[in-house]
Design a protein around this ligand. Sequence first.
Ligand SMILES: NC(=O)C1=CN([C@@H]2O[C@H](COP(=O)(O)OP(=O)(O)OC[C@H]3O[C@@H](n4cnc5c(N)ncnc54)[C@H](O)[C@@H]3O)[C@@H](O)[C@H]2O)C=CC1
Ligand SMILES: O=C(O)CCC(=O)C(=O)O
Length: 387
Amino acid sequence: MAVKVNCLNPIAACGMELLPDTYEITDNYADADAVLVRSASMHDLELSDKLLCVARAGAGVNNIPLDKCAEKGVVVFNTPGANANGVKELVVAGLLLASRDLMGGYNWVKDNASDENLAKAVEKQKKQYAGNEIAGKKLGVIGLGAIGAKVANIAVRLGMEVYGYDPFVSVDAAWGLSKYIKHITNVEDIYKECDYITIHVPALPATKGMLNADAFAMMKDGVRILNFARDVLVNDEDIKAALASGKVAKYVTDFPNPAIAGTENVIALPHLGASTEESEDNCAIMACKEITDFMENGNIKNSVNYPNVNMGVCGDTARVTICHKNIPNMLTQFTGVFAKQGGNVSGMISQAKGEYAYSILDIDKVPTEDDINALLAIDGVIKVRAI
Ligand SMILES: NC(=O)C1=CN([C@@H]2O[C@H](COP(=O)(O)OP(=O)(O)OC[C@H]3O[C@@H](n4cnc5c(N)ncnc54)[C@H](O)[C@@H]3O)[C@@H](O)[C@H]2O)C=CC1
Ligand SMILES: O=C(O)CCC(=O)C(=O)O
């Protein structure tokens, strides 16, 4: 039967073209085996029994109910790093927008475009839009993942003194960091020392409202804040007060909301970080490859709610995949189901991530409906799929 794929947002064609010809694109979310999504919220959508996986063509997964998906055996993927360069480049633009009054200058020229003496007027007017250079200034980067690490490295190359903070930094990201980045172990040192602060952490209960009145109170007067991660990381009322008092000179954000969009010294962009042809292509390609390998082989790569598991292509007559709870004695029960029927399990792999686990079994016979039902009847088994 054809694999049905539903796109909740438009996904770049170069990714969609990688899906096998046998796959069918459907407008009917409820009938989909696989869902592709960018920023659309899935929190209010029902998860059908048929749904097997969701691929987020992007990094942030706060638009997807990860626990609810895990409980129903729906594997959620994202595309780590695929749009990081796009965001990094926009953060560089954000640093410049926070330092030079480009918007004011641009608007003034536009408003005076028909002035015959424009060239002369420009020379008189330009002092209104003078600013500062970023070279030599201190930049604090909170979160040194795919984006934060790139931002920190480019800022070093632009002549900034860079402070980096990430208590959970991955080994890969750490290897890629410039040796000139100062390793900060207490985020308060970033608040106290830096002229510019940029935040690149996921929206989690622990990071929501991280930049709040207490944090602003520690910062230098005239600090410039950049938020290309998520609106909820910055407390709206607190940053408005900090902008009004001059504590924060500029707030550049990719996440406007009615509370801050019209506020003076807020420069708000319409979530453009990953909106480049290159990032959209990279994310679409990675997401579609993840779906295809999962649907065809049961392999999981870059999941955010199930473990990564790779057993290549099926080396026997059939393959069975099982989403289950991470509890004792599961594997012997799985092999027991096939042993009872005289079937041989020739390959098996199992990995756990938190409360959940995922197993792949290659077997020398096509599993019967009874086999599948026997697996489903095991306490802790969530979803079984025969490939
Ligand atoms: N503006 C846009 O269009 C885009 C925004 N984003 C946002 O940026 C966020 C980061 O993206 P990536 O760098 O690709 O993700 P990532 O997962 O590679 O990096 C996130 C980093 O934050 C760190 N972290 C987590 N909690 C922290 C804390 N309390 N303090 C300091 N560091 C902490 C993690 O250890 C990790 O290194 C995403 O979660 C998403 O919300 C991502 C892509 C595009
Ligand atoms: O798909 C998009 O444009 C959103 C990108 C984003 O915010 C993310 O990857 O977390």
